[in-house]
Design a binder for this molecule. Structure first.
Ligand SMILES: [Zn+2]
Length: 565
């Protein structure tokens, strides 16, 4: 963004337009979605050429022409912006395709022994020869190949939203599908966690890129939605499948709104309250062993570097607060935490002190710790955020339920980062409110492998070690996906612009009520002029999808230490 390109407006001079001049919302812009086809035959779709394939995809009417965001999950208006989706298809030239094959093939290596067992399980669910899972590809290495080729041969699309559709079979020598995995170690416990069959993957260090290997096998639970392309019988079905994948990636990864209004330039206290409901009262020492408050703060410093966080950890034993049993139910599926009830009990007891909100933002995180399976709200759900009653656009508290076995596998820190991530507005990659169709959407299969602490996969654990690796390409120093960062940043820019508009309106209104106009109060005119210049800068950055370039937002108060610095 070049400063001198901004229209310099002297408010004293153009007084006539002042009343209308503050409006910058809703924002409109273009969302370029670049789709690259590597080793994909147009004949699978009965397409004559690329233009024809583009037409076929458009004719399905599945791919949204517009990606917008204006809602919270509960239907309140916020973050009003709209991108016109422009879909561009690319078939790289033969030499580039050859380079792709040899690069992808060079990424094949022996599966790490720590995760060999998971590999064997994957092979046996599909009745694959075991030898196939001995030589596999780490998902991020495959994404690296596409990132590298894009920077080298398509620099005009580098860093923009891109989907790489490919078939890994030719690169594997033409006789078997490629098998992708991620794995990592829990930072708290050292346990190895792994996922196999990442036929779809993205959101990691390599930029705003997402790949889909149309020829590989997904984890079996996703087989119905992500069958290899050759198992779709007709060309029409294949076109439809690809159109659906593209549309869902645009909606659920590239453009997505937040659950809660983001906060800006505030101090927040994370007040972690662990309710110990273990049979033996396993105790505070174990919780402390599996909790790293510094990692928790670091996580949020990289996500929202314009805010400040403090963490407090406390334990509440059931025997000391027997009323808490109203918030805990023993069900056949495990122990259920009712977070709103728990909140009320803890508040009555003075353990949660809402008066803290007078001096700083306050997010209690209520964690139930049990000996056997436990959950929040419904079976399988490990945590949830609850709304503030006076302002449902803000969270009241984060909540979570964990049991001993889960805790020693994944750790308390990761659980807390995930749950507080919800409380700050982030969604799971698989949950969405579809603002374009005005409907709720969910596509677990596609988004399971977005590499973020907000997904249900285990793959994010590698992110904890991210700093040392991948410095050059797209150095995100965090374990949130680039899409999380984009979504939060986008919402924050909208919030700031929204506040600017409101302030402007109020100032003009106050002046005119006092019988003054801007020309008579030059200092105010200058201040508004500066504010307007910053808001226009922010708007330009927004349209360029350059949310992370926080240097441009310095004037709006952003800190300069972010996930990219
Ligand atoms: Zn969650």
């Amino acid at each position: 963004m070049v400063f001198s390109l901004l229209p310099m407006q002297a408010y004293g001079v153009e007084r006539v337009q002042q009343q209308e001049d503050f409006g910058v919302l809703p924002i409109e812009g273009e969302l370029e979605v670049n789709v690259f086809l590597y080793d994909i035959s147009l004949s699978w779709f009965q397409a004559r050429d690329l233009t024809h394939l583009h037409q076929l995809l458009r004719d399905t009417k599945v791919i949204r022409p517009s990606a917008k965001s204006q809602l919270y999950s509960k239907g309140r208006e916020f973050v009003p912006f709209e991108f016109e989706v422009s879909l561009r298809l690319f078939v790289p030239p033969t030499e580039v395709q050859q380079e792709y094959r040899s690069l992808l093939n060079s990424m094949v290596s022996k599966t790490p022994f720590q995760i060999a067992q998971q590999a064997v399980e994957f092979a046996s669910t599909y009745g694959m020869p075991l030898a196939w899972t001995d030589q596999t590809i780490r998902a991020r290495d495959a994404l690296y190949v596409f990132s590298y080729l894009t920077e080298k041969y398509f620099p005009e699309t580098a860093g923009k939203y891109a989907i790489f559709l490919f078939c890994g079979i030719p690169a594997m020598g033409g006789n078997r599908p490629a098998i992708y995995y991620t794995y990592g170690q829990s930072p708290d416990t050292g346990a190895y966690l792994a996922d196999f069959g990442l036929s779809i993957y993205g959101g990691a260090w390599w930029g705003r890129y997402f790949y889909v290997d149309l020829c590989s096998y997904p984890p079996q639970k996703f087989y119905q939605q992500l069958k290899p392309i050759f198992e779709y019988g007709t060309a029409t079905e294949r076109v439809y499948h690809v159109a659906q994948l593209i549309d869902i990636i645009i909606d659920m990864e590239f453009v997505k709104s937040l659950t809660y209004k983001p906060r800006y330039n505030v101090q927040t206290l994370f007040d972690v309250i662990v309710i110990d409901a273990t049979v033996a009262g396993v105790g505070y020492d174990i919780i402390v062993r599996y909790f790293d408050p510094e990692l928790l703060s670091k996580a949020f410093r990289t996500l929202v570097p314009y805010n400040f966080f403090t963490t407090r950890l406390r334990e509440v034993e059931l025997k000391d607060v027997p009323e808490l049993s109203q918030a805990i139910q023993y069900t056949p599926q495990g122990i259920l935490l009712l977070p709103e009830k728990a909140y009320d009990v803890l508040k009555r007891r003075g353990i949660i002190d809402e008066s803290i909100r007078e001096v700083m933002d306050y997010v209690p995180a209520i964690i139930l710790f049990t000996t056997t399976t436990s959950y929040v709200d419904e079976p399988g759900v490990l945590g949830a955020a609850i709304d503030r009653r006076d302002d449902p656009s803000l969270p009241l508290a984060a909540s979570g339920a964990t049991y001993y076995e889960e805790l020693i596998k994944s750790g308390l820190t990761a659980l807390l980062i995930h749950e507080i991530g919800h409380a700050l507005g982030l969604r799971h990659p698989h949950d969405d409110f579809d603002e374009y169709r005005n409907s709720k959407a969910s596509f677990f299969a596609l988004t399971y492998f977005t590499e973020t602490v907000m997904s249900y996969s285990r793959s994010w654990v590698v992110g904890f070690n991210r700093e040392e690796i991948f410095e050059e390409l797209y150095p995100i120093r965090t374990f949130w996906s680039i899409f999380d960062l984009d979504n939060v940043d986008r919402a924050v820019v909208c919030l700031l612009l929204h506040e600017y508009e409101q302030d402007y309106r109020e100032i003009i209104h106050s002046l005119s009520s006092a019988g003054l106009d801007l020309g008579e109060v030059p200092e105010i005119g200058e201040a508004l002029d500066l504010a307007r210049r910053y808001s226009l800068m922010a708007l330009e950055e927004f349209r360029d999808h350059n949310y992370f370039d926080r240097a441009s937002f310095k004037g709006l108060g952003a800190q300069l230490v972010s996930a990219f610095d």
